[in-house]
Design a protein around this ligand. Structure first.
Ligand SMILES: [Zn+2]
Length: 89
């Protein structure tokens, strides 16, 4: 399974804003989240990173990944991005 070392060692470019942008795939036109394949399943990279760092279940719909206010969508900087519990109902 993926762990924190995997997050840290993931190939990236760090832009002037401190965003971690995956360097081994072309950015999508117009931005957008970065999807990656792990064990033949597709994940949103920023959400996967948060689930690993904060020990959350990736598939749990009760929390959402929150991007840093100045972040680009493909950013997976584990410090910039946060998570938040969704409100019930
Ligand atoms: Zn960022």
């Amino acid at each position: 399974m993926k762990d924190k070392n995997w997050v840290i060692s993931f190939p990236k470019i760090i832009n002037s804003n401190g965003c971690w942008i995956p360097s081994d795939r072309a950015p999508k036109p117009g931005g957008g989240y970065c999807s990656i394949m792990v064990d033949r399943k597709s994940y949103q990279l920023h959400r996967l990173v948060i689930s690993i760092i904060h020990n959350l279940d990736y598939n749990n719909p009760l929390w959402e990944a929150r991007h840093g206010i100045y972040c680009v969508p493909s950013c997976f900087n584990r410090v910039r991005n946060e998570w938040r519990r969704k409100r019930n109902g």
